[in-house]
Design a protein around this ligand. Structure first.
Ligand code: FES
Ligand SMILES: [Fe+2]
Length: 384
């Protein structure tokens, strides 16, 4: 984010604080609960959101060197993320071209020169090319047409992006992430995630629709009630500012310390020191930038009413000794806040079927939720 944008966001927050108002939408938003329950809607979301958009599947630093790999199954496709012999990031279907066995079963690893199918030993290079064992039995098969199936992917802004769709014949494997982020691209160029260290990767499965999971992130109205005993004391109540940018959202939740900037020289202002800067990267990833780290909360549907969060952290430096102790405490605090959110969200999910509500109401202070659900509706519209 450039400094002028930081200053304008801080000025916006300080003005809300000075005048004691919240940033409001023009009206309330009604979201039918059918959209959280209907299996047909679930399928439509998979097709329109999770197959067509570039998704953040990991951090570039999770693949530190040629031969590093990560397996990722949360999109509904088995995906093998690999750094190839030239150092390029590639995404393949983790599926053998012989009889379809899963090729790599470890969650992550390094130092591989290729992958060997556990079923009949077909070998695949880091470039996806196949070597068939006992090739005589397959004399009529063209090995060049039986390499690993590659998915469109990009390494950009320190993140690994994949569009989990088998490309049509001749379709480009490149993804234009700068174009996808639009005006947010300059923010991400400035965050410098290329040089951070990945830490504390965790998978959190929950009996909650993926959108309910995302919803928990998109307002701070609940902080004093749900996080009253954990993180609430750090933040200024109800002074969050939101911008919808394409299908994405950027919003800033200020800390109490931002008040110390009143009357000081804006040239010295640093937004990240006095707030959490958050992005909803459409459709399913919330990134949070705070003082000394960033966190990636990526939420994937796992059938109607179920989801899995892939949580990981980007640290400025690899922690060790005291910084490891400090950092483990930070992770524990964040997980406490998440557990507080999920406890409520599980009840929300259960209560959808009660018949009490035909829709949820997002208030004027909850405009982040309205932005998110509007963007989903727009993405679903052509398919419905
Ligand atoms: S299924 Fe992989 S070698 Fe047979
Ligand atoms: Fe929360």
């Amino acid at each position: 984010m450039d400094h002028a944008t930081e200053v304008s966001l801080i000025e916006r927050i300080l003005e809300l604080d000075r005048t004691r108002v919240r940033e409001e939408a023009a009206g309330e938003h009604r979201e039918p609960i059918e959209g959280y329950l209907d299996p047909a809607r679930h399928e439509a979301e998979i097709a329109a959101l999770f197959r067509r958009h570039p998704l953040v599947l990991g951090q570039a630093a999770e693949l530190p060197e040629p031969g590093s790999f990560v397996t990722h199954d949360l999109t509904g496709l088995p995906i093998l993320l690999v750094r190839d012999g030239e150092g390029r990031f590639r995404a393949y279907l983790n599926v053998c071209r012989h009889r379809g066995a899963r090729i790599e079963s470890e969650l992550c690893g390094a130092g591989r020169r290729g992958f060997v199918c556990p079923y009949h030993g077909w070998r695949y290079g880091l470039d996806g090319a196949v070597t068939i064992g006992d090739a005589k039995g397959f004399a009529g098969l063209d090995p060049s047409a039986h390499g690993l199936v590659e998915l469109p992917s990009a390494e950009a802004y320190g993140l690994l992006w994949v569009r989990p769709t088998v490309p049509e014949k001749g379709e480009s494997l490149a993804l234009d992430i700068a174009g996808y982020l639009g005006p947010l691209a300059s923010d991400f160029a400035a965050w410098g995630l290329e040089s951070t260290h990945p830490d504390s990767l965790t998978h959190l499965p929950e009996a909650i629709d993926w959108k309910v999971m995302v919803d928990t992130f998109l307002e701070d109205y609940h902080f004093r009630f749900v996080h009253g005993k954990s993180v609430h004391r750090l933040y200024l109540d109800d002074r969050t500012v939101y911008d919808r940018i394409g299908p994405h959202i950027r919003y800033v939740i200020p800390k109490r310390s931002i008040r110390h900037l009143v009357g000081t020289d804006p040239a010295s202002w640093r937004l990240r020191e006095h707030s959490n800067v958050l992005y909803l990267l459409f459709p399913n990833t919330v990134m949070v930038f705070v003082g000394d780290h960033a966190a990636i909360f990526a939420m994937f549907p796992d059938g109607p009413g179920r989801s899995v969060m892939r949580l990981s952290f980007c640290l400025d430096e690899e922690p060790s000794g005291d910084s490891r102790i400090y950092w483990d405490k930070q992770v524990a605090l964040i997980k406490t806040a998440l557990a507080e959110d999920f406890a409520v969200a599980r009840g929300v999910q259960k209560n959808f079927a009660s018949g009490a509500n035909g829709h949820l109401t997002f208030g004027r202070y909850e405009k982040g939720l309205a932005y998110f659900h509007q963007a989903i509706a727009e993405a679903l519209a052509p398919a419905e």
